[in-house]
Design a protein around this ligand. Structure first.
Ligand code: SF4
Length: 326
């Protein structure tokens, strides 16, 4: 680990000012400290935002929820309002990391976490995300866990967050505060695909801070859930996952929100699946037909062709569970 300065702030304006001066925000520290130990991250200055008043969860008109950026993952997962209105969020949280990490890590930090690509974390390997312009060792290396959707010639790393997949499915929004004031960004535009600049991962401006994530008011009744497929049943990242929410009224699907994880460079919304479901009656054949559209546009790498079929099966199985025909 390399030397760095450390400042603790209890005021949002002070945090933003420190961020503008180049300070890196730290809250739970469950990702950043690991990366600093491995010298993957080498910030000169850490700004501890733990004391900021961003720990509340509030209901919004119509049935949405606004979750403060510093709410701990474990607390959000256990919140009865989250559990009852958005089970897909509590399930995604409970299937993330370990109990110890969920007790420390925050909602804002979770969506800011960096990829688990092993070459990114190996400072001897070429990695455009860590060292822009150095190349991508994963393209010709071992890429079983990498993305089949949204990759570029510069980077094919998956986004590791389960929670972000649920946020993408539900079409959440991210509340930000920075030197220019406050603004709200749709979740779909918050995490960036790698393109030619994989080192730039979020649509944040200098000094900007995440203050909350808002789950929208959606038509009710709403059934939702999260399925994660991985090599072992705990403390492992997704090979594929599916976050699904369905509004079924009068026996017909009136709204469908579907996203996949473990397959994209960002949480991957599945509009073709959603469109296929709308206006139809739940049935085994409908789930199978819709799921066949889950991997549209996929470009598998040498070692991860299996993800195409696995993604389709993951989506089909979770449609069956959430749609109630299981
Ligand atoms: Fe780095 Fe991305 Fe290539 Fe992994 S996939 S080595 S993170 S550039």
């Amino acid at each position: 680990m390399e030397p760095f300065s450390y400042t603790k702030v209890s005021d949002i304006r002070a945090a933003i000012a420190a961020g503008q001066r180049g300070g890196r925000f730290i809250a739970g520290g469950t990702t950043l400290v690991d990366l600093m130990r491995e010298t993957v991250e080498r910030p000169d200055s850490l700004v501890d935002i733990g004391p900021l008043p961003l720990t509340g969860t509030t209901a919004t008109p119509g049935g949405g929820l606004r979750i403060g950026a510093l709410v701990r993952m474990a607390d959000a997962a256990a919140d009865p309002r989250v559990r009852s209105a958005f089970p897909v969020v509590s399930e995604a949280l409970e299937l993330s990391a370990s109990a110890q990490l969920r007790t420390m890590a925050t909602i804002g930090g979770n969506i800011m976490q960096r990829t688990r690509c092993s070459y990114f974390r190996d400072v001897t390997a070429n990695c455009n995300k860590r060292e822009p312009g150095s190349g991508c060792a994963a393209l010709e290396g071992y890429n079983r866990g990498h993305a089949i959707l949204g990759g570029s010639d510069a980077c094919v790393a998956t986004h590791p967050s389960d929670l972000a997949v649920a946020f993408a499915a539900l079409e959440a929004s991210v509340h930000l505060e920075g030197p220019g004031g406050t603004r709200t960004v749709p979740f779909a535009g918050f995490l960036l695909r790698p393109g030619s600049t994989p080192d730039r991962e979020q649509a944040l401006r200098p000094g900007e801070l995440i203050t909350a994530v808002e789950l929208p008011a959606l038509p009710r009744p709403l059934r939702s859930g999260y399925l994660k497929v991985r090599d072992r049943q705990s403390y492992e990242f997704a090979l594929t996952s599916a976050a699904i929410a369905l509004h079924i009224q009068g026996g017909v699907i009136r709204a469908a929100k579907v996203a996949a994880g473990g397959v994209g460079t960002v949480p991957w919304k599945l509009p073709a699946v959603e469109q296929h479901l709308l206006g139809k009656r739940p049935s085994e054949s409908l789930w199978a037909e819709a799921a066949q559209r889950a991997a549209d546009g996929a470009r598998p790498l040498r070692h991860n062709g299996f993800k195409v079929a696995l993604l389709e099966r993951t989506v089909e199985r979770q449609l069956r569970v959430v749609g109630g025909t299981r």
